[in-house]
Ligand binder design. Structure first.
Ligand code: GDP
Length: 360
């Protein structure tokens, strides 16, 4: 499954945030048959289009796409030295598709900071340094093997060049992900090394009112992590929000001057960082968003519903969400020529409303 691994120093609010993720009951209600691992938290991807679709189709329930998070505990300063990062830690983080790093920016004299004071830049560097050192070890082990293969003409010099370019980035203390564009790194040639810092990063600033209320302070932190994306939330507030009804939660957010909960933001940014998109299906039973990768074709999209749909794919009836809304009904969209018949080569677009035709 597509999961985002949550990492961070001790005492930054990881467990608090993770509790909010796992107690988010919406999912359990919507997907009663899904098995959810205890260390996995799931959030709905907010999608206002579903309610609008449900109105047109008279759908009884709404099923949004979801984003999963896995708790990856166990990273502290010096973790990559000696025995190296724990095997369990490495296994968990290698499986994650992206990394969300929680950074403490809340002030609270009652909560001890591992380094004695709140310093987001140094926290970020501490975690990233451990991941960078782990990647450097991976590269140092891989290079002699690769050199041997190049001498035997089994591999290309270009592969070694790509890995050396990555090594130089890591040696100057940067992550691969933040240097892809600036250093023109060739990710395809690095893929087999499964480098930790080549995964997409998101930064989650666990903040207090002083920061949630200040565009200026947020801009500073945003700049600190660029080109990675970041979000700002209050983990304690998030843990409280999931205990409330939808209406109460909205009121509480309004009182805090926020339009959207941190978990919703996290889902949106995570979804984007993972390179995902959704297409929609609707009928009297449900209006549903399905998760696919950007660039997926119509048969691949059908396969997300059922593998038989992909195998037996014939064609897809597609209307873009906006065209459907302008028309106000499927029948009207058809008479306006907005409903297209697409074949196997069709590349899906976010917000396509689809009905598949297939052989079984
Ligand atoms: P972890 O070690 O990163 O998992 O951190 P925890 O989630 O256990 O949080 C450490 C302490 O900080 C706990 O006492 C939390 O109640 C507290 N804490 C977590 N998030 C916040 C926050 O947003 N604001 C404040 N004031 N305290 C927080």
């Amino acid at each position: 499954a597509l999961t985002i691994g949550i990492v961070g120093l001790p005492n930054v609010g990881k467990s608090t945030l993770f509790n909010a993720l796992t107690r988010n009951q919406v999912l359990a209600a919507n997907y009663p048959f899904a098995t959810i691992e205890p260390n996995v938290g799931v959030v709905n991807l907010p999608d206002p289009r579903l309610a609008q679709l449900a109105e047109i189709f008279g759908s009884q329930r709404l099923l949004p796409a979801v984003v999963s998070f896995v708790d990856i505990a166990g990273i502290v300063k010096g973790a990559s030295e000696g025995e190296g990062l724990g095997n369990q830690f490495l296994a968990n983080i290698r499986e994650a598709e992206a990394i969300a790093q929680v950074i403490r920016v809340f002030d609270d004299p009652d909560v001890i900071h591992v380094d004695g004071k709140v310093n987001p830049r140094s926290d970020m560097e501490t975690i990233n340094t451990e991941l960078i050192l782990a990647d450097l070890q991976t590269i140092e082990k891989a290079i002699p093997r690769l050199e041997k293969d190049i001498r035997a003409r089994k591999r290309e010099q270009a592969e070694l060049d790509a890995i050396k370019a990555a090594q130089a980035v890591l040696e100057r203390g940067d992550t691969i992900f933040s240097s892809i564009a600036s250093d023109k790194l060739d990710l395809d040639k690095l893929r087999e090394l499964s480098l930790l810092t080549a995964k997409p990063f998101i930064y989650v600033f666990n903040a207090d009112e002083a920061i949630l209320g200040s565009e200026e302070k947020q801009a500073e932190l945003r700049e600190m992590v660029a080109p990675a994306d970041c979000i700002f939330l209050d983990a304690k507030l998030e843990a409280d929000l999931v205990e409330l009804s939808e209406e109460e939660a909205r009121e509480m957010l309004e009182m805090n001057g926020q339009e959207e909960s941190g978990l919703d933001q996290l889902a949106r940014v995570g979804f984007h960082t993972l390179g995902l998109q959704t297409y929609l299906t609707a009928g009297p039973k449900e209006a549903r968003a399905w998760t696919i990768r950007q660039g997926d074709t119509a048969p691949q999209a059908a396969g997300v519903i059922h593998t038989d749909f992909q195998r037996g794919f014939i064609k897809a009836e597609v209307v873009s969400f906006n065209d459907l809304m302008d028309a106000g009904s499927m029948a009207e969209a058809k008479s306006r020529g907005k409903v297209r018949i697409e074949g196997k080569e069709y590349v899906m677009v976010d917000g396509d409303v689809v009905e598949f035709r297939f052989n079984v």
